[in-house]
Write a protein that binds this ligand. Structure first.
Ligand SMILES: Cc1cc2nc3c(=O)[nH]c(=O)nc-3n(C[C@H](O)[C@H](O)[C@H](O)COP(=O)(O)OP(=O)(O)OC[C@H]3O[C@@H](n4cnc5c(N)ncnc54)[C@H](O)[C@@H]3O)c2cc1C
Length: 406
């Protein structure tokens, strides 16, 4: 692992920091409060246009696709510096972080030049349409059909849990094009224009009051063949490309709750005593500090490997598993610590503007999004520890012959 900047990297870091000091507000006490995403997209788009105009959007992407033609390490430096400021980069992580690399890898050249610059500047928002009511962990079991119709594809079916679809212009969608072969071989990946009559987006209201994700229905939705990402039947490879980049993208923005907990401990008094002086709290703080430090260093190791031309590895699954569990533990502990006040949901009187109350309600979802705890454990067991694969009873069976129980 190399924590030191080269001379050129140090200069770039100083330049980025100076620009951020002029154009963004510092995060109060370096604590990011979790707020609902409602109404935030317009502010986020305005911010990201400023970033793009200054030449800092998608630093590692080629210039012809709206990037800056720099390296992954420049992108890492940007992410590290921007973390100290109150900005809205996280709104576009699904498009730029997950979909963008797949579009670059698989779309025809003229489509890339048309769509990627607008993704890079956040003029267009993108979402990821993989999960379905009966296909989440087992996403290759999906049923949304794409059928070739002359010169275009027609999509029919339903996606669910699609984050940000109600704000999105385009999506990357995984479909079944051949149910007569085994489930992994009959899939094809496409880009889709979501602002068309054949697409209906229905937001889902969550228990925290927000509307983060959606159901998306396709009814003869049209996709030109030029929007196909890779070969017909090669969608599983494309999907893995998206998921691999998703793991890397979320490892930088996934909350683990530690910064907020430390802030709470240092700045809050109960009956005249600082919270941090309570030995029960100090014990928890030490344990979560160790996990936070471990996560940061594992993330650094992955970024160092990527900067050297490697690919995101299983550290991201480890980070997702540990960070998401810790995030929920911290939220539950803190709200419990508030006693009766923990039951109050009012930003104006709550400690940290109700961050932990909201987190109690949203943190279970973070343990599911991007792969559940159990799926992360399977990945670590099989791909890191080399343990035997879990039984896959549908292996090699044509998709339309797999018993469904209905
Ligand atoms: C906040 C949030 C945002 C999301 N955003 C998106 C998005 O933008 N796009 C998108 O496509 N999807 C999105 N999802 C969906 C997410 O990918 C799925 O929820 C996740 O993959 C789990 O699928 P499922 O909900 O169908 O649960 P299931 O797959 O039905 O799992 C149910 C339970 O069974 C367990 N289980 C399943 N298979 C195994 C196994 N092989 N071994 C052990 N245990 C197993 C699971 O761990 C879980 O506890 C989002 C979800 C959330 C919560």
């Amino acid at each position: 692992m190399d924590f030191n900047d080269s001379k050129e990297q140090a200069e770039f870091r100083a330049e980025v920091r100076a620009w951020l000091e002029l154009n963004a507000n510092r995060r109060a006490d370096e604590v990011q409060i979790m707020r609902g995403q409602e109404g935030g997209y317009e502010r986020a788009k305005a911010w990201y246009k400023k970033v793009a105009d200054a030449g800092y959007a998608c630093l590692a992407w080629p210039k012809e696709y709206g990037g800056a033609g720099l390296s992954q390490i420049h992108q890492v430096i940007w992410s590290q510096e921007v973390a100290d400021f109150d900005t809205a980069d996280g709104y576009f992580v699904i498009g730029i972080g997950n979909c963008g690399p797949a579009v670059q890898a698989f779309a025809p050249e003229e489509v890339k030049r048309d769509l990627l610059p607008k993704m890079a500047s956040a003029e267009h928002v993108w979402c990821q349409l993989f999960s379905e009511p009966a296909a989440g962990s087992d996403v290759a079991g999906l049923r949304t059909r794409a059928e070739f119709d002359g010169d275009k594809w027609l999509l029919n079916g339903q996606k669910i849990w699609t984050s940000g679809a109600q704000h999105s212009d385009y999506g990357v969608v995984l479909t079944r094009t051949d149910p007569g072969v085994s489930k992994y071989r009959g899939l094809t990946l496409f880009m889709i224009d979501l602002k068309q009559p054949g697409v209906e987006v229905k937001p889902i209201k969550q228990m925290d009051g927000g509307r983060h994700f959606n159901e998306v229905f396709f009814n003869d939705a049209v996709v030109p063949d030029a929007y196909r990402l890779g070969e017909v039947g090669g969608g599983w490879g494309g999907a893995l490309h998206v998921l691999m980049n998703e793991r890397m993208a979320i490892s930088g923005v996934q909350p683990n709750g530690f910064a907020q907990f430390l802030h709470f401990c240092q700045h809050t008094e109960v009956d005249g005593e600082r919270v941090i002086d309570d030995p029960v709290v100090a014990d928890r703080l030490a344990s979560w500090y160790a996990r936070d430090a471990g996560l940061r260093n594992a993330n650094w190791r992955m970024l160092t490997a990527i900067a050297g031309g490697g690919v995101p590895g299983a550290e991201a699954s480890l980070g997702k598993l540990v960070g998401a569990v810790m995030n929920q533990e911290i939220a539950n502990f803190s709200v419990d610590y508030y006693n009766e006040a923990g039951a109050i949901m009012d930003d104006t009187v709550n400690v940290l503007e109700g961050h932990f109350q909201r987190s109690v309600l949203f943190s279970p979802g973070i343990r599911l999004a991007g792969g559940t705890d159990e799926i992360m454990r399977n990945i670590i067991a099989e791909q890191v520890l080399g343990l035997p694969q879990e039984p896959r009873v549908d292996k090699g069976i044509p998709f339309n012959e797999i018993p469904t129980g209905s």
